[in-house]
Write a protein that binds this ligand. Structure first.
Ligand code: BJ8
Length: 424
């Protein structure tokens, strides 16, 4: 990071000493995991640049937005409708964290047997090491899993928090409840931003976010090719960056990358041998910089070709209808689209199981790896159904339960055995 952002971080109340440790730890890890890859698409240089300035460039933009009177709305879940935030002239930013760096701070408050996604994200607030959380004016939580919803109550002691009630079932009553939550959220954001969301602004925001989703859909489409033109690690990074970069710029960069990938496919150029076992990863989200599983799989000779995850297909598979003209219809279309996210917090959630089987076929995978964060009971319990469904379809499954700690040796042994089995 060449520009000096220290003054900005100081103004944001960042613990500079701890933050230096974090910033110094990232480059060697990134070099080993990302920059060591062979034959990367040139379009990845933008995403390398974004990660290289992860706490600088984008934060400065958000700060400028705030100095100009704009608001920043931070989120932890793909259920929070970005369209509403953008239509109010505010900027949404994802806060989910994938590093164990911030976990010791979180464990001073939260129970240790909480999933690392929650602890890592919460620890950044407590330890004052994340400029994104420090820049945000409102944090939007949601009632998905128990760990998260109770954490938001504690987080509210540190920063303004609004919690959206995500239902646990997909009945009509639940859909009605969710629609009322979306309508209420519009009011909360309007009040925060001091503006009125118009039909026109909302229509523009719907198109803007849909365009990003279409770009990510296009990226994932390229991964169906054999050999895949991009590594799973790189595709994961592109999806991770899409949670905090400017929406229009991100869309443009993802599309530019796709132009290159489509040319690669036409030239039958790939990053792995066509014989590399193709893997679908399904389960808990992998927030930046959680690259462990992809790295282990791909350095063991596999090609990760899809993620059925909220940092994956669940984030962009569905679009909001663009043909609605009244505010009521637009909000209903938004509510409907978000209810199609098949999070394991729902019961029953058969649509997710069907999605996994469908994706396994579409991406012609040789095996599925179910990724479960330790202490995430929703996904762990649902894995039992995933297991049965895949067995019925004759698709091999490896169930991994892990956290942000270094258990690479143990995981590698299991991954190698799994790949050996599916190569036969
Ligand atoms: S819609 S998956 S982003 S809630 S891993 S914190 S579930 S204990 S992240 Fe999620 Fe929204 Fe659902 Fe997606 Fe809890 Fe599990 Fe931790 Fe999780």
């Amino acid at each position: 990071m060449t520009t000096d952002y220290r003054e900005m971080w100081r103004e944001l109340g960042i613990d500079l000493e701890q933050h230096d440790l974090l910033m110094n730890a990232l480059p060697p890890v990134y070099k080993e995991i990302y920059l060591s890859q062979k034959n990367r698409p040139q379009g990845m240089s933008f995403f390398d640049f974004v990660v290289g300035g992860i706490h600088g460039i984008r934060v400065r933009e958000l700060r400028q937005h705030a100095k100009d009177g704009g608001k920043v709305v931070a989120t932890y879940c793909v259920f929070v409708p970005d369209e509403i935030v953008l239509a109010a002239g505010a900027v949404p930013v994802g806060l989910c964290a994938g590093t164990n760096f911030s976990i010791p701070a979180a464990e001073q408050v939260l129970p240790r047997n909480t999933c690392d996604l929650i602890k890592s994200s919460f620890g950044f607030k407590l330890g004052r090491t994340c400029p994104y959380v420090q820049t945000s004016h409102l944090i939007v939580g949601e009632t998905t899993c128990d760990g998260k919803k109770n954490m938001f109550e504690i987080l509210a002691e540190y920063q303004p928090v609004h919690v959206m009630e995500v239902p646990n079932k997909k009945t009509q009553a639940s859909r009605d409840l969710w629609l009322s939550e979306v309508i209420a959220f519009k009011g909360v954001v309007e009040k925060l931003a001091g503006t009125k969301i118009t039909e026109e602004k909302l229509a523009q925001a719907i198109k803007l976010v849909n365009a990003k989703r279409r770009a990510l859909q296009r990226l994932y489409q390229t991964r169906k090719a054999s050999p895949p033109p991009i590594s799973g690690k790189d595709a994961l990074l592109v999806t991770q960056v899409s949670f905090y970069d400017d929406v229009a710029r991100d869309t443009q960069q993802v599309n530019a990358l796709c132009d290159e990938l489509e040319k690669r496919i036409a030239n039958k150029e790939g990053v792995f041998s066509p014989k590399a076992p193709r893997i679908l990863i399904s389960g808990c989200p992998m927030a930046i910089p959680n690259w462990k599983l992809h790295h282990l799989l791909e350095t063991s000779g596999a090609a990760v070709v899809c993620e059925e995850s909220c940092i994956g297909t669940r984030a962009f598979a569905d679009l909001v209808a663009e043909d609605k003209r009244t505010m009521d219809d637009q909000l209903k279309a938004i509510a409907d689209r978000y209810m199609q996210i098949h999070c394991a917090c729902f019961t029953p959630n058969t649509e997710r199981i069907e999605d996994i089987v469908r994706l396994a076929r579409e991406y012609k995978v040789d095996g599925v790896v179910h990724y479960n964060l330790l202490f995430c009971h929703t996904y762990a319990n649902e894995a039992i159904k995933v297991d049965k469904a895949l067995e019925k379809e004759g698709i091999p499954l490896l169930r991994i339960e892990t956290d942000y700690g270094d258990d690479s040796g143990q995981l590698k042994t299991r991954i190698d055995a799994f790949l050996e089995m599916i190569r036969k």
